[in-house]
Design a binder for this molecule. Structure first.
Ligand code: ADP
Ligand code: MG
Length: 338
């Protein structure tokens, strides 16, 4: 049975449909990744799970408890780390955690013990007694994560926790998330970093435009693509017509499949090749026959970006670039449950 069940969630902001009938299930004790480009709907989904906003329709259950009808009860079960951090500048990190513990009615002895444990786990000794106003992004994020863990939640929900962080902070956060998962916590993590989800997640969904476009374990998703990914260029920069012609040539070769023309990479051609030995020779012959030469040919094991590319016809990076043009508001409305 799933620890968390999300059924057919929809949510719009005036005319923008951020989530479209989105469903998913999360097993207890897993680290569950939500991967998608900016604008995909990750924060909207996360904020609904954190009881900060309500969907227009659909249901969510955690421990079989209806989240929308019992948001107070759900808040006791979950810890939330927002995408935008707003820490008080005057308090020290320790004072802030102390204050937060009081909000959760944690008794004095437990409070001191828990704060100290989190200071150790997140390696915050050197600066936890300094004012938050002096912290780097990575320090703020670590304090914020600690604050979300003080009441020992069953479920931890994090929205892009490592965006823009220094490598040390990122590694410390990754390690803590793995430890917490190994101790049975259910963790939901959104990210637009492929390698983060690939390394950390037991299972993931890829969301695009408010919909789930792929789900499974990282290796299931990558293996589904078949053989290795090959990227072919006949010139440094081709044009569309040329790329389409090459696409046609490739599609006539047995063992080549899933051909995609990648405009942002100078109309390179991306495809999957069966692990057949003489495919490269065949390819060269066929191209030469139409007076094309190979400018470059790279081969790689499939990544989650290839999964995304296969599902949408564009790379995650392309999706980010096209989304950046569409973004019509500066800052997401800042909401916080603290
Ligand atoms: P992500 O976290 O994946 O970047 P979001 O959930 O923040 O995606 O956004 C999904 C879509 O909803 C985007 O098109 C975004 O522009 C829009 N959106 C998000 N929050 C708001 C808001 N408060 N008002 C209007 N549009 C919003
Ligand atoms: Mg977001």
């Amino acid at each position: 049975m799933n620890h968390i069940e999300v059924n057919e969630l929809s949510k719009s902001y005036s005319d923008i449909e951020a989530l479209k009938n989105l469903s998913l299930g999360i097993e207890a004790g897993t680290l569950f990744g939500i991967l998608g480009p900016n604008g995909a709907g990750k924060s909207t989904l996360i904020k609904i799970l954190a009881t900060l906003i309500e969907p227009d329709s659909g249901e969510v259950f955690i421990n079989n408890i209806n989240l929308i009808k019992n948001s107070r009860k759900i808040r006791e079960l979950i810890g939330y780390v927002a995408q935008d951090i707003a820490l008080d500048k005057i308090l020290t990190g320790r004072e802030l955690l102390d204050f937060q513990s009081d909000l959760y009615h944690i008794n004095k002895n437990k409070k001191i013990e828990r704060i100290q444990k989190l200071v150790d786990q997140l390696k915050m000794h050197d600066w936890i007694d300094r004012k938050c106003g002096t912290y780097s992004g990575g320090m703020k994020r670590r304090v914020d994560l600690a604050a979300g863990l003080l009441h020992l939640p069953q479920v931890l929900i994090l929205d892009e926790p490592t965006v823009g962080l220094d490598i040390e902070s990122r590694n410390i956060i990754w390690q803590l998330l793995k430890d917490l998962r190994n101790n049975g916590m259910t963790i939901i993590l959104s990210s637009h970093y492929l390698d983060e989800i690939d390394k950390l997640a037991d299972k993931l969904v890829i969301i695009d435009n408010g919909r789930v476009i792929a789900q499974g374990t990282p290796s299931q998703l990558k293996n589904k693509l078949g053989g290795d990914r090959i990227t072919l260029k006949v010139k440094e920069f081709s044009n569309q017509k040329e790329a389409e012609k090459i696409g046609q040539i490739l599609s006539s070769i047995d063992g080549i499949s899933q051909i995609i023309i990648n405009e942002s990479q100078g109309f390179s051609i991306n495809f999957v090749a069966d692990k057949e030995k003489d495919l490269l020779t065949k390819l060269k012959v066929e191209l030469a026959f139409s007076k094309f030469e190979i400018f470059s040919l790279t081969q790689s094991q499939p990544s989650l970006d290839d999964v995304y590319l296969q599902a949408t016809g564009k790379t995650l990076l392309d999706a980010e670039i096209s989304m950046a043009g569409k973004r019509d508001f500066k800052k997401e409305s800042k909401q916080s449950m603290r």
